[in-house]
Design a protein around this ligand. Structure first.
Ligand code: 1CP
Length: 348
């Protein structure tokens, strides 16, 4: 039987319930800035780690022990569930995901295998082991890539700055593009449902690159798929976080989906994001990740301003505006967690 997490300030803040101080976790809190992760990576590839339950557990739990963060996030990658559709890819050091046979036509979509959960059972087994290791007070966040962000890798074949092929296909062949996003939405629902069944206490949907779209295109090509995903996940009863980079022009639409929490990057003042979306949704963010690299005093200064502005909010979770840079000093992250907890304390 799954462990039920109680007394978690992270879950309480997601839901707007009373809690003692501002919760904190970091996107990419497991990764190359950690000496322990680099040591493991000298023996195994990223994909070997992400496909092995014991490694998933060990890499996921480590930052909770080392930093004192209030939530763990599954160690994996947004590409991993594509194993369940027989899509072949690699993750190349210093580059990111590479797709061997990019998907660029309706015929390419028709050839994709339907998502088969059993092919990614190693993720669910990793979650079961992680949840057992974390115990009943630290929640595990599961996650998935959102259809647009995943489609951008599948169509471009790798990381992109312009999303040129992705946008061209979206505009010139709406039915083909829609078929791909629809398949990815189906996958996200099944994959995330499996993660909650295995013990995840909350879910984050990474739509990292959707901010590249104009609002009009988001509404036409992406929003309907997101509506379907959020409607299908709502009955699971766990907090749902929706995150993207550079999305101030999309925030009202993102909020309309019924997300429990919206993740905000570092460019938009989080108080402005709050004014935009109103009080009845959680907010997460939004320290500029580069402040970590600039050093402890820059990190603390930036964080203090954000926490002071948001500590009375009641539905606020501290995080960076995007992932931890690999050049970060683990001691700066640790100091940041302690300070956020101290500054964020609600006086009773
Ligand atoms: O060599 C290595 O060890 C690989 C580096 C690495 C790591 C540690 C990659 C390649 N992915 C990851 C882990 C990862 N990926 C996590 C771990 C959990 C944690 O937060 O601790 C998560 C949540 C992801 C999800 C992910 N992968 C996203 C969404 C989050 C985000 O950063 O916006 C995206 C866009 C990816 C693609 C990806 N995978 C790896 C890289 C370097 C990239 C980005 C490439 C690009 O710029 O397009």
């Amino acid at each position: 039987m799954a462990i039920v997490v109680t007394d978690s300030r992270f879950i309480q803040a997601c839901l707007g319930q009373p809690h003692d101080t501002v919760p904190v976790w970091f996107m990419r809190q497991a990764g190359r800035y950690q000496p322990s992760y680099r040591a493991l990576r000298s023996r195994f590839s990223m994909l070997e780690l992400a496909r092995t339950p014991i490694h998933i557990r060990d890499v996921t739990v480590r930052p909770v022990e080392d930093l004192g963060v209030d939530a763990a996030i599954l160690f994996s990658d947004i590409m991993i569930p594509l194993d369940g559709m027989n899509i072949r890819f690699d993750i190349k050091e210093h580059v990111g995901p590479l797709v061997f046979d990019p998907i660029r036509t309706g015929a390419d979509v028709a050839r994709l295998a339907p998502f088969n959960r059993e092919k990614v059972d190693f993720v669910f087994e990793g979650i079961r082991r992680t949840v057992e290791a974390l115990g009943p007070t630290t929640p595990l966040l599961g996650f998935s890539g959102a259809p647009f962000t995943l489609a951008s890798y599948l169509i471009e074949g790798g990381p992109s700055r312009t999303y040129r092929r992705t946008k061209a296909w979206m505009w010139t062949d709406p039915p083909g593009f829609e078929a791909l996003l629809s398949r990815l939405a189906d996958m996200a629902v099944q994959y995330l449902t499996g993660q909650v069944e295995a013990g995840a206490s909350a879910l984050q949907i990474f739509d990292s690159w959707v901010g590249t779209l104009a609002t009009v295109d988001y509404r036409a090509a992406v929003l309907p798929h997101m509506v379907r995903i959020f409607q299908a996940l709502a009955p699971l009863g766990v907090p749902l976080i929706y995150f993207g980079v550079g999305t101030p022009h999309l925030l009202s639409d993102m909020k309309s989906l019924g997300a429990t929490v919206l993740g905000i990057d570092w460019r938009t003042p989080i108080t402005e994001a709050r004014a935009l979306v109103g009080p009845d949704v959680g907010l997460m963010g939004n320290l500029d990740p580069e402040r970590l690299v600039a050093g402890q005093s820059q990190a603390l200064m930036g964080a203090r301003g954000i926490v002071e502005a948001m500590k009375g909010d009641g539905r606020y979770i501290f995080n960076l505006g995007h992932g931890v840079p690999k050049e970060s000093d683990p001691m700066v992250l640790k100091a940041l967690v302690a300070h956020v907890h101290q500054w964020g304390r609600y006086s009773s």
